[in-house]
Design a protein around this ligand. Structure first.
Ligand code: B3K
Ligand code: ZN
Length: 859
């Protein structure tokens, strides 16, 4: 339980810590409920800081002894830490505390997962391990001795000593406490090695529970690829003798970049063809890369304070996206990233949880590990790169690493390297870090066959952009931002007459002209999604179909398809119209084009999510009806299936893979096409093809996509039972089993199925993966969750109330499900409000959940 009256922390109040820490020595004597942590820390006054009390963070610690320069002291203890009188000059702080990792259900600090000790310190977990200035700008060299009755004892840095029941580690790189890690348990390693560009041979290990060794090979290859890529593309070399990854079953998020000892949710590292889908493999590859890339962007250069979180997260996401684009298909990766941004970040930016990429205040920092900080933070870096160009970006990054290695830096430092490299003034660009909300850009166009001042002959085409940003909590007025708008022009034959050019919009309204055109062009705007904005432009279905057929920019070609799908569905919902014929024909032509990557074609078949459609309706003043949205999508699927009946078998054949399973882009693209086809085929054959695929599948991708269609078709009883029988021993596969039958089923069954599954003996609700697999999947099933009688809201809240006592972080994160509540009708809003208030009023509400609920309710 955190404090009852939460305080708000402000960026403007930053002050440096009054002391510097030169070195930290920690000894852990591990025991499930009585672990002793002994610390010896050298403090010296920080000349740059103003005078202040000596305060160390510490929560839920039992203080055994504290001493300064060898003399016992009695500090003043509070719920947040301790205060103590200290000498004027340097001194040695010694302290012993007792903690109970086996009782730590919050999974923050030192805790236990299946008998294994592990830590999670970011953001503020180290204070649950010992008393310390637990802030990212206090960096120190750590030496750690771990004593315990288990075979493997790991910490950060290089191993320096080992014996019966103990191991010693030394990390030469000064680091903040949030990067500290310790893992101990009965583990086995999957070994590897990598020789760096400087010739340093690095030992690599993936540590897992015995039995999981067979699921490490892919992760190991991904790690080596990442190490090589960071050398080749960013010139960054690894800096220790060893790099360890550990798989942990109970983990609040994906993974954590602790120096030299990355801790991973087992779902984010363990993979095999039989148990993991193509999507799992791709996710694992990108998370391994992400955590590895943090070694430079996050660890060697860290954040001055938690408001600067995007400094490491936005940049590291940007880098992992570049990596994925390089090792897989760049257009497909870009579409996936934008779909994720629109699916997760846009709703955040458009609702009560909207906050700037660099927030200015928080109560609980864990609530700000958001899509805005991560994904929008990455988009901002992409825009910066677009604006300055690739070469200047490379130089600016070199300068950043040079100038700030070993620093706890700020967004100001980051922008300064770009200013110094290019001579540009980035003060207006900086608004991307401080203004919340998704900018809206409206476009109008003008065509003059004979413009008076034209030098060249031909016509002049003018695009006029107007930008505005709707108010967000605490920010009523917004100033115009710098928007790099990539535009290309096509002539009526479909040829590109003006290749991609980046227009730099800096004003509220701004025009750009193109001269010397033979005929009125068709514009392709925001190519590659060069700016994370909502583009508002009147365009006809014919024009979209034209771009669908001719745009040379693969992103905008997909975008044309997405808009056609969206508008067609909206018309079906609001006007009872049928699907747009021209679109279906255009799409059919495209699907037949064997020169197009199967993965790309699979994406073209995709349609906007129910939630996205609900948002569009809401913005147009129509109250979204989740059942009507669901029904329209079902109708569309049926119409497409019937209309394309002749095409589906040949597409299915293209989606078939004869070679041995590989999780690479090529094979997974084919399987994605196959899955998109199976979704339609099931409408025609009642599930025969899906059943056959389910029975013959020799990999999880095929098995699960078949099972999904059987669930969707309501013909899943036998298959679900067989799947459970086959996989009951594998917790990660069972997460899929739980998730799918709630996530893919018909709306009317969603809540009752979720409820039944919470009574299943394998529903271990204290495990975040399992909790999310049922309750998270329920919340993602739009029509099912938003049942008119509120049963979905009630069931989720029952469980959030229960989980909050144990694991505030995961509870708070799942509250964001309710962030879109204002979109819906008054009855649904009242039902959701009642649940949010019930959660708010529960006894001992955590600070994490309390802050989220208050923000969602709008106080
Ligand atoms: N830095 C961690 C996230 C920590 C979340 C703390 N609530 C993982 C990552 O972004 O790589
Ligand atoms: Zn990260």
């Amino acid at each position: 339980m955190k404090d009852a009256a939460p305080t708000t922390i402000f960026l403007k109040d930053y002050t440096p810590f009054g002391w510097q820490v030169s070195d930290v020595h920690l000894t852990f004597r591990l025991a499930p409920t009585t672990t002793r942590v002994v610390s010896k820390i050298h403090f010296a006054p920080n000349a740059e800081a103003r005078a202040q009390d000596f305060f160390l963070h510490g929560e839920q610690l039992k203080l055994i002894r504290a001493a300064i320069d060898g003399v016992d002291v009695t500090p003043e203890l509070t719920a947040e830490g301790l205060r103590c009188a200290v000498p004027d000059g340097p001194f040695l702080w010694e302290c012993e505390v007792e903690i109970a990792p086996a009782e730590n259900t919050a999974l923050e600090g030192l805790y236990m997962s299946n008998g294994m000790y592990c830590t999670q310190c970011e953001a503020e977990g180290f204070r649950k391990i010992t008393y310390y200035p637990d802030r990212p700008d206090v960096m120190s060299v750590f030496t750690v001795r771990v004593e315990g009755d288990v075979p493997v004892l790991l910490s950060n840095g290089n191993p320096v000593g080992k014996g019966d029941g103990f191991a010693e580690w030394h990390d030469p790189w000064p680091k903040p406490a949030y990067l500290f890690a310790l893992v101990a348990g009965d583990l086995v390693n999957f070994p590897g090695s990598f020789t760096t560009m400087g010739g340093r041979k690095v030992e690599l290990n993936i540590w897992v529970r015995p039995g999981d060794e067979g699921k490490c090979a892919f992760g190991m290859e991904a790690l080596k690829k990442s190490m090589k890529w960071d050398e080749d593309v960013y010139g960054r070399e690894y800096d220790l003798d060893i790099f360890n990854i550990v798989a942990v079953d109970d983990f609040n998020m994906g993974a954590m970049e602790n120096k030299g000892l990355n801790v991973f949710n087992s779902s984010a590292v363990l993979a095999s063809p039989e148990t993991s889908t193509d999507a799992n493999f791709e996710r694992i590859e990108s998370i391994i890369a992400h955590e590895y890339f943090h070694n430079w962007t996050g660890n060697r250069i860290t954040c001055r304070d938690w408001f600067q979180l995007c400094l490491k997260e936005g940049l590291t996401v940007f880098r992992d996206q570049q990596f994925t684009a390089d090792v897989r298909s760049a257009p497909v990766a870009r579409i996936e990233n934008v779909a994720m941004l629109r699916g997760r970040q846009f709703p955040e930016d458009q609702g009560p949880l909207a906050h700037p990429v660099r927030p200015e205040s928080f109560q609980e920092i864990n609530n700000f590990y958001t899509a805005t900080v991560y994904e929008k933070g990455a988009e901002v870096i992409g825009m910066l790169k677009t604006l300055v160009g690739d070469e200047a970006y490379g130089k600016a990054l070199d300068l950043y690493f040079d100038r700030h290695d070993g620093d706890a830096a700020t967004i100001e430092d980051w922008l300064k390297v770009f200013e110094d490299t290019t001579g540009r003034d980035l003060s207006q660009f900086k608004l991307w870090y401080s203004q919340a909300g998704t900018p809206r850009v409206t476009v109008t166009e003008n065509w003059e066959t004979e413009a008076p001042d034209q030098v060249r002959g031909g016509g002049r085409y003018t695009l006029t952009f107007t930008q505005s940003s709707p108010p967000t909590p605490g920010q009523e007025e917004k100033a115009p931002q710098v928007i790099p708008m990539a535009v290309g022009l096509l002539n009526p034959n479909g040829d590109e007459v003006v290749p991609t050019r980046v227009l730099e919009i800096t004003e509220g309204t701004q025009s750009f002209s193109f001269d010397g055109l033979a005929s009125r062009p068709v514009p392709s705007i925001n190519r590659g999604f060069s700016a994370p904005v909502v583009l508002e432009r009147e365009s006809s279905p014919e024009e979209r179909a034209f771009l669908l057929a001719h745009d040379s920019d693969p992103f905008n070609r997909w975008e044309a398809s997405r808009l056609l799908a969206r508008e067609s569905l909206i018309a079906m919902i609001t006007d009872n119209a049928g699907p747009d014929e021209a679109w279906l024909d255009g799409l059919q032509r495209l699907l037949r084009d064997r020169d197009l990557d199967p993965a790309y074609r699979a994406m073209m078949i995709g349609v906007p999510s129910d939630s996205e459609l609900a948002q569009v309706l809401y913005e147009r003043g129509v109250t979204p009806d989740p059942d009507a949205i669901y029904a329209a999508k079902e109708t569309l699927a049926q119409v497409r299936a019937e209309r394309w009946a002749d095409l589906l078998p040949s597409l299915a054949a293209e989606g078939a893979v004869d070679d041995a399973y590989q999780p690479d882009a090529e094979q997974s693209g084919k399987r994605a096409l196959g899955a998109a086809v199976l979704y339609l085929t099931t409408r025609l054959d009642g599930g025969k093809a899906a059943q056959a695929q389910f029975e013959s599948a020799d990999n999880m991708t095929l098995q699960l996509s078949a099972l999904a269609q059987l669930v969707r078709a309501g013909k899943d009883e036998a298959a679900l039972a067989a799947f459970e029988e086959q996989w009951r021993h594998d917790r990660l596969v069972m997460d899929k089993w739980f998730g799918l039958q709630v996530g893919a089923t018909a709306p009317e069954k969603v809540v009752s199925r979720a409820e039944t599954l919470t009574k299943h003996p394998a529903f271990d609700w204290k495990n975040p993966n399992r909790f999310r697999s049922v309750l998270g999947a329920m919340a993602m099933n739009h029509a099912g969750f938003h049942r008119k009688d509120g049963a979905g809201y009630r069931l989720l809240t029952d469980w959030l109330i229960r989980l909050d006592d144990l694991n505030p972080q995961t509870t708070a994160r799942m509250c964001s499900t309710f962030q879109t509540w204002k979109r819906y009708d008054a009855d649904r809003q009242a039902l959701i409000r009642a649940q949010l208030e019930r959660l708010r009023d529960k006894p001992k509400l955590s600070r994490d959940t309390g802050e989220m609920v208050a923000r969602i309710l709008g106080n």
